[in-house]
Design a protein around this ligand. Structure first.
Ligand SMILES: Cc1cc2nc3c(=O)[nH]c(=O)nc-3n(C[C@H](O)[C@H](O)[C@H](O)COP(=O)(O)OP(=O)(O)OC[C@H]3O[C@@H](n4cnc5c(N)ncnc54)[C@H](O)[C@@H]3O)c2cc1C
Length: 401
């Protein structure tokens, strides 16, 4: 496809440099789109506001197994975690797992740098320190006047508060969870093969709190439904009953907004699309956005190439069917926002075998509670008997669409 430009950026008579595609935002969605677009021969430019792709990370960065299938992360940047330990507010817990399934904790700053290199190795140009504050759509593309560049097709992969979408008059994300996380060294007593998930409707109303044995650090965080504020210090205080913090040191703090209103119906214009958080592609229930961002980014690179080659009428023609509906998750999100279970009830529930079985299905069963087989299994299984589980389910029910 470099036939569009003979593989070289060309300068227009007005002095603007022209690219096949310009992608605003160098993170999961933007960099996977850049890698795929460049691999399909497009002259590709990424404009990222941060000076270094790995600085100011705003995510916990956990991959579900399916995300690992989309992106083959180098071994040095990840570690597998095979099960979940679910805690009630009184810190009683139940272990959940599914044979053969794993999450991946990731060294996200280095992952971002690596994704940037992968995009460049495929021929994309990644410019950091470029804050895109202005753009306008023209007849055959998009112009970024401050950067002095023009694209035949533009991509807004600039996160939850997408400026790209706002500048084009597309609807903004309006509903958010707000997350806060601290990365610590020296925390002892954390089972390294578990994702530790805490239910507590006082500390984490509308969502959960977590402890992740990460790559060389322990990541401790929580998210709450706006307008609540994350009470990270209170959660850390509570954790002192479980883990040893005597030698613990804060390495870094992270935080940010997580769209939870579902995927936007209006997410493209004639010459632009929004991807990832910018388009609201985050599970409203689980707040998992990495897998959808990677998936749609990769597919978008191909779709833009097909569009610029005249094979399809618009990239959205190839991508729209992937737009997640999340009807059940939207309903459950409404439930979590409006019918918060009191801690006393959660404490009672965790010791109940039925609750454990329900949780196991939610975490591990392929179609979750939508599957009549899951309900049959609940109805027929005796206490202590293990339920049929499905390795695919965590992606669908916990962290991804
Ligand atoms: C605290 C927290 C924890 C989370 N944990 C998980 C998790 O464990 N697993 C999971 O699946 N999901 C998680 N999520 C959600 C997940 O991080 C997002 O869905 C994902 O990062 C979306 O990727 P993205 O590429 O669309 O956007 P982002 O990762 O938000 O990246 C947007 C990029 O655009 C850049 N940018 C913004 N504006 C401009 C501009 N004007 N000009 C140039 N560049 C710009 C930003 O600097 C950034 O690099 C979490 C979110 C938060 C906030």
């Amino acid at each position: 496809m470099k036939g569009h430009t003979n593989g070289e950026k060309y300068s227009m008579s007005d002095g603007m440099n022209s690219f096949d595609t310009v992608i605003v935002g160098g993170s999961y969605a933007g960099l996977s789109c850049a890698r795929s677009a460049a691999a399909h021969g497009l002259d590709t430019l990424v404009l990222e506001r941060k000076k270094d792709l790995g600085e100011k990370i705003r995510t916990t960065g956990i991959f579900v197994g399916e995300a690992a299938d989309v992106l083959d992360v180098p071994a040095r940047l990840k570690r597998d975690i095979h099960g979940v330990r679910l805690y009630a507010p009184n810190l009683q817990s139940v272990d959940l797992e599914s044979p053969g399934y794993r999450f991946q904790a990731i060294n996200t700053p280095d992952l971002m740098r690596w994704m940037g290199q992968q995009a460049e190795l495929n021929g994309a140009e990644v410019r950091t320190g470029e804050n895109v504050a202005q753009l306008r759509e023209i007849k055959d593309g998009v112009e970024f006047s401050k950067q002095n560049v023009r694209a035949r097709f533009g991509v807004g992969a600039d996160g939850a508060r997408s400026n790209y979408g706002r500048l084009l008059g597309l609807p903004e994300n309006k509903e958010f969870l707000v997350g806060a996380e601290v990365e610590m060294s020296g925390v002892r007593g954390v089972d390294q093969d578990r994702l530790h998930v805490f239910l507590d409707s006082e500390i984490a109303p509308g969502y959960i709190a977590w402890v992740v044995p990460g790559v060389g650090v322990t990541q401790i965080g929580l998210a709450v439904r706006k307008p609540h504020k994350p009470q990270l210090e209170r959660f850390l205080e509570k954790l002192r009953k479980l883990f040893d913090f005597r030698d613990a040191k804060v390495v870094e703090r992270r935080g940010g907004l997580i769209p939870c209103g579902g995927a936007k119906r209006e997410w493209y214009t004639d010459r632009s699309i929004l991807l990832g958080d910018a388009a609201g592609w985050v599970s409203p229930l689980t707040a998992g956005g990495i897998h959808p961002s990677l998936q749609v980014g990769k597919a978008a690179g191909v779709a833009i190439a097909d569009f610029l080659d005249g094979r399809i009428s618009h990239p959205a023609a190839l991508l729209e069917w992937r737009r997640p509906e999340w009807r059940t998750k939207q309903m459950l999100r409404w439930g979590m926002d409006n019918i918060a279970l009191p801690n006393s009830l959660l404490n009672l529930a965790i010791g109940n075998p039925l609750f454990a079985k329900l949780s196991q299905i939610i975490f591990f069963h392929h179609r979750g509670l939508k599957d009549p087989e899951a309900w049959k299994a609940i109805a027929s299984s005796e206490q202590g008997e293990s339920l049929p589980v499905d390795r695919q389910s965590l992606a669908e029910w916990f962290l991804s669409p």
